[in-house]
Write a protein that binds this ligand. Sequence first.
Ligand code: FES
Ligand code: FES
Length: 155
Amino acid sequence: MKKEITFTLNNEKVVVEVDPKWTLLYFLRNIMEMTGTKEGCGYGECGACTVIVDGQAINSCIYPVLEAEGRKIVTIEGLMAKNGELDPLQKAFVDEGAVQCGFCIPGMIMSSKALLDEKEKPTEDEIKESIEGNLCRCTGYVKIIDAIKSVAGGR
Ligand code: FES
Ligand code: FES
């Protein structure tokens, strides 16, 4: 039986009936049609599905949608300004050439955004830790870290 939940998604209040069996990832991609959040492994290992919940980067593929009740959720779609301007992190990934196939990038950006929102000037080790749960099958880690470093402290 479906259950009504209320939460904030990319600064908009959402009141919706959900199936308790759904994950947050399933809800975002299939009900909200927000396909920026990717499904890689589907069991919490690759980070492609990372979104920010109450300031923390989480794997939405293993996060029950019912847990969203009352929370503040931000997805990659929520980063761009209303006038279409990219978030500085998104821009940095483009400028640094950090995007290859792009599949891991929304997750990489959400993980590093959670870090930068909490700490304006993280160390390189902290940057690496923030994305240690995000796998890039194109192995573009050096440029990804360069992109995050270029924003750290500059916002
Ligand atoms: S799809 Fe969620 S961690 Fe891989
Ligand atoms: S850019 Fe292809 S998986 Fe990371």
